[in-house]
Design a protein around this ligand. Sequence first.
Ligand code: FES
Length: 353
Amino acid sequence: MLKRLFNRPAKTHQVTIEPFGATVTVGARETILQAALKAGLAYPFECQTGACSTCKTQLIEGDIKPLTDFAYVLELDEMKGGTILACQSLAKTDLKIRVNTLDDGLPTIAARKFRGSVVSVSKLTRDIFDVRIALDESMNYYAGQYANLSIPGISASRSYSFAAAPRSQGCNELSFHIRLIPNGEVSGWFAASDRTGEVIEVDGPYGIFRLRQADVPIICIAGGSGMAPIKAMLEHGSELELNRSVVYLYGGRTQADLYGGAVIDTLTTAWAGPIRFLPVLSEEPEDSDWDGARGFVSDFIKSIDEFKFADAQAYLCGPPPMIDAAIPILTGAGVRGRDIYFDKFTDRSHNPT
Ligand code: FES
């Protein structure tokens, strides 16, 4: 009897996923997200820890077992309405679900693995490096998306945003901005010695952080290597000759955290419409030669007077405290929640160890 119990195959369930129109098999100890990715679906996700809500999903039919409390990132109304997090849900029955965050009809590019090799690693700020990776074949992505990089000998992959606009014919060389963090396995690996020619696996593209088409002003807010996807989006917008009005608030601690003038000049001069870049420093010594803005970027949102907040879209990328502070100020000033797009750097996403 016991033998029969232990030999019983683990129960699987069938999960139908819209808008993909796909049905995938989910194992007993497998999250819905893991099964969907294994099946090759371009399911939106970032942190995989229940922290970012990128994998928000509508449960239409069936029953799930949550692995964490969704209340950390979902509103009570959302949970009552059947919203779940795919990265934190096991299937208890067959399910029918819909990926909420794909509902605005964004086209997707199926993610897959590419073989790459390091071309160069060059310093951009005190602790951010521009890492160039050549691919064996060209890759397509949308500006704002990211890829998972796997380095030989380091167990888990790390996620980094593409830091340059994609080429229409696909990209054979990728750029990522990697911040060196204390005891960071991956960032330390890049900084430790000359990595030119080292082989790296690039898995992507992923993510739904992208410039939405609309003839409305744009507010960009970034901190640290959050510059990367915003830079890619603005470069892409420049190539499309968008003349939307842009205000870009960029936060750092001191002048050593600021990107060189050439990066910013290139971004702003290429943009076809009005654009203002405002760097804001939170820990710059009082007696330094800095005569720019001091404080947190969120302190300067209300100084935007180029356009009406109610007409604008906002794109935020950087550490969670920066984004958490900025969103209520944006909504309080009149930006509609549906027009705020953000990419939080969580432990496994963009700000890896
Ligand atoms: S909450 Fe699921 S991927 Fe972040």
